[in-house]
Design a protein around this ligand. Structure first.
Ligand SMILES: Cc1cc2nc3c(=O)[nH]c(=O)nc-3n(C[C@H](O)[C@H](O)[C@H](O)COP(=O)(O)OP(=O)(O)OC[C@H]3O[C@@H](n4cnc5c(N)ncnc54)[C@H](O)[C@@H]3O)c2cc1C
Length: 386
């Protein structure tokens, strides 16, 4: 008999998990509560580890064609002075692949198209998940009523405010506000621009070419939670309009209705396990992190590849396979989450003028190879063999 899995959530993590299991012969059902399967948001940086994980899913070549291989970039101050530069050639030599800038919608569509259409179900909001010794049960609501499914494995890939996590780890503290808000957009901007970030006081602006003449930019600021402006683009210009070129030009080229604003939340308390019985958590549901290292989606895709690899033998021996998943994924993803938080505190969130000046000087004095080593630390990951 086929081994079967239900994946809760059709985001980047859920679709990656579905694809990884499907490639290892599992019958997969994805339940997504939204009426349509799509990815909201602008662009993404996929670090070398994420690109390798996508290679393991068979999608690397297509994404390299549609995305943009990140060219030399680095960190600047708000006036455009380089504080640290990345030697892209050396980075590729060390990591074996470039990082990629992609449109989120492109990544999501590429994952979706690699799965059988019959496995994808929208308008299916999971309300309850229960794990027994041999099977797990999922109850979900559709417009026509409440349904149930039972499966060998349930994957909770339902994001930051995961219902699966809340039900199976009821005492876990859940997400909190990280202290920063972000604006993002993907725009047409054919002029060449390096993938780079710029730091001010409690502020960061990033730009990433994502292929096909498009560019993804974001601005991040320390701010109280829940803020909204009647016109977000005007609010953004007040903060970043006098930063270095081409930031004013990017804002000028942005239609107001494509700007997204989101507060940043993360899980401050690491989960004690990503597995309970026949249920495994993955992606933001397991380890929602701040975006400062550009690793959240990358870690979700890594989770998916490892889950597929440990489950390659099917449902037989699943408890041991899931224990191996937890052992391989939890320490690494939680370390990346901690490092991302630290990177944000030292980078985007640093506000005191003296501290900012000291940081900028320290960065300028750091030899390129040391900066590269620290950037490569989490990007140097290889998928399991086989
Ligand atoms: C500003 C910002 C910038 C970022 N930049 C980067 C970057 O450059 N690189 C990078 O790697 N990462 C980045 N990230 C992180 C990345 O976006 C996330 O880590 C990633 O999208 C998580 O994917 P996921 O599938 O785990 O969760 P989600 O994308 O949240 O998907 C969860 C899915 O589950 C569905 N769902 C929820 N509840 C239910 C339910 N009860 N029943 C059924 N379906 C349900 C939701 O509708 C959603 O479709 C960034 C994040 C932010 C906020």
């Amino acid at each position: 008999m086929d081994s079967d899995a239900v994946v809760v959530g059709g985001g980047i993590g859920g679709l990656s998990a579905a694809l990884a299991l499907h490639r290892h012969g599992w019958r997969v059902t994805v339940l997504e509560r939204a009426p349509e399967l799509r990815e909201v948001g602008a662009g993404l940086s996929l670090m070398a580890n994420a690109v390798r994980a996508l290679d393991a899913l068979g999608l690397g070549p297509a994404l390299r064609r549609s995305g943009h291989a990140e060219a030399p970039g680095g960190i600047r101050n708000r006036h455009g002075r380089w504080l640290s530069r990345v030697d892209a050639t050396e980075m590729v030599r060390q990591l074996g692949t470039t990082a990629l800038g992609v449109h989120r919608a492109t990544l999501h569509r590429t994952l979706r198209e690699a799965l059988p259409a019959s496995s994808l179900h929208t308008d299916a909001a999971v309300e309850r998940v229960k794990s027994g010794p041999d099977r797990a049960e999922v109850r979900f609501r559709r417009q026509d009523g409440v349904h149930s499914l039972s499966a060998d494995l349930v994957v909770g890939a339902d994001g930051l405010r995961s219902r699966v996590r809340a039900q199976l780890w009821p005492h876990h503290a859940g997400p909190v506000y990280a202290g920063s808000t972000t604006w993002r957009a993907a725009i047409a901007f054919p002029d060449p621009v390096p993938a780079a970030i710029s730091w001010g006081r409690g502020a960061e602006f990033g730009m990433v070419p994502i292929g096909d003449g498009q560019l993804y930019w974001y601005g991040a600021l320390n701010a109280p939670p829940g803020g909204h402006a009647p016109d977000e683009l005007t609010a953004l210009r007040e903060h970043f309009g006098d930063w270095h070129d081409p930031i004013p030009a990017l804002l000028a080229a942005t239609p107001p209705d494509v700007v997204l604003r989101n507060d940043i939340h993360y899980l401050p308390v690491p989960l004690p396990s990503y597995v309970r019985g026949r249920v495994a958590l993955l992606g933001d549901a397991a380890h929602a992190m701040t975006p400062n290292l550009g690793q959240g989606a990358g870690q979700a895709i890594e989770d998916a590849v490892v889950l597929g690899a440990v489950c390659a033998g099917g449902a037989e021996g699943l408890p041991a396979a899931l224990a191996a998943y937890d052992e391989q994924r939890r320490p690494r993803s939680q370390a990346v989450a901690r490092a991302s938080l630290t990177a944000g505190r030292f980078g985007q969130q640093l506000h005191h003028p003296l501290a900012v000046a000291m940081r900028d000087t320290a960065l300028r004095l750091t030899p390129g190879r040391v900066a590269l080593r620290s950037m490569a630390r989490y990007a140097d990951w290889r998928p399991p063999a086989g």
